[in-house]
Design a protein around this ligand. Structure first.
Ligand SMILES: C[S@@+](CC[C@H](N)C(=O)[O-])C[C@H]1O[C@@H](n2cnc3c(N)ncnc32)[C@H](O)[C@@H]1O
Length: 249
C-alpha cells in the first residue's frame, strides 16, 4: 500500500494558526476529509486538484464515526495521500485516537500532526492566560458534553482541584455544570469567560460570574474558562474587573 493518512490538527480557525507541517500537507494532499469546525480559510489552502470530503458532525446530522474510519481506510487502500483535517488538535476531544486505532487495526500507515487546541487558543484570543504565576498553577481541560455509556465528569471534585477549568462542548450543559461546581465549593463570584468562534470573524467573548453562567447568552462553538484568570484581559494591558451583570464584546 502506498496510501497514507495524516491525522492533522487544523487549529482553532485562523489559517495563520496552522502548523507549517499542516499547511504543507494540506497543500499537497490528494484527498482532504474534514470536520465541521475546520474553517473556510484553512480549506482555501487545499490544492484545487484534491477531493474534499466533509464528514462534519452537526446537530441532527453527520457521518457516524465508524463510516469515517472506513472511509479513511478505503481511501488509503486506493493509494491516496489522505489528510484527515480536524479542528484544534486531533487528540483533544477530536476522536483522533479512535481513528488512529482503526487505521492501526487495518494496517494503514498514518501519522499524527498536532494542532493548536481551542482549549488554549480561545482563551488566548480573549487575553486570558490559562495559567498565571501566583494566580493559577493548574489547568484542567474537560468536556461538558454528556454521552451515554461514558463516565460523568465529577464536577464537584473538580471544584476542589483549584486552578483554571477549561470546558469544551459545555454550552448546552452550562447551567448544570455551574450548579455542580458551586455545590463542590467554587464561589458564586468566580470569574467566567466564554469565547465563541475564537480566531474567526465571528469571535465573541462574554464575561460573567459563575452564578450568571446558566443565564449567559452563549452559542456554540465556545470554550468556557472558569477561574481567577478568566477575569484577565491581557490584550488591553490590564486585569479586568468582572461586572455583576456580565458583559460581552
Ligand atoms: C469536538 S470538540 C473538538 C476540539 C478540538 N479538537 C480542539 O482541540 O480544539 C469541539 C469543541 O471545541 C471547542 N472549539 C473548537 N474550536 C473553537 C473555536 N474556534 N472557538 C471556540 N471554541 C472552539 C468548542 O467547545 C467545540 O464545541
Amino acid at each position: 500500500m502506498t496510501g497514507k493518512v495524516w491525522l492533522v490538527g487544523a487549529g482553532p480557525g485562523d489559517p495563520d494558526l496552522l502548523t507549517v507541517r499542516a499547511a504543507r500537507l494540506v497543500a499537497n494532499a490528494d484527498v482532504v476529509v474534514h470536520d465541521a469546525l475546520v474553517g473556510d480559510g484553512v480549506l482555501a489552502l487545499v490544492n484545487s486538484r484534491a477531493d474534499v470530503i466533509d464528514v462534519g458532525k452537526r446537530p441532527g446530522r453527520g457521518v457516524p464515526q465508524e463510516l469515517t474510519n472506513e472511509l479513511l481506510i478505503a481511501l488509503a487502500s486506493q493509494d491516496h495521500q489522505v489528510v484527515r483535517l480536524k479542528g484544534g488538535d486531533p487528540f483533544v476531544f477530536g476522536r483522533g485516537g479512535e481513528e488512529a486505532a482503526a487505521l492501526l487495526d487495518a494496517g494503514v500507515p498514518f501519522e499524527v500532526v498536532p494542532g493548536i487546541t481551542s482549549a488554549v487558543a480561545a482563551p488566548a484570543a480573549a487575553g486570558v492566560p490559562v495559567t498565571h504565576r501566583g494566580v493559577s498553577a493548574a489547568v484542567t481541560v474537560v468536556t461538558g458534553h454528556r454521552r451515554s455509556g461514558e463516565p460523568d465528569v465529577d464536577w464537584q471534585s473538580l471544584a476542589k482541584v483549584g486552578g483554571t477549568i477549561v470546558i469544551l462542548m459545555g454550552v448546552t450543559e452550562r447551567g448544570a455544570i455551574a450548579a455542580a461546581l458551586t455545590a463542590g465549593g467554587l464561589p458564586a463570584d468566580t470569574p467566567v469567560a466564554a469565547i465563541r468562534s475564537a480566531t474567526t470573524v465571528n469571535e465573541l467573548t462574554l464575561r460573567c460570574r459563575l452564578d450568571e453562567l446558566a443565564g449567559a447568552d452563549i452559542a456554540s462553538p465556545a470554550v468556557i474558562v472558569i477561574g481567577a484568570v478568566a477575569a484577565f484581559d491581557l490584550r488591553s494591558g490590564h486585569l479586568m474587573e468582572v461586572s455583576s451583570t456580565g458583559r460581552s464584546r
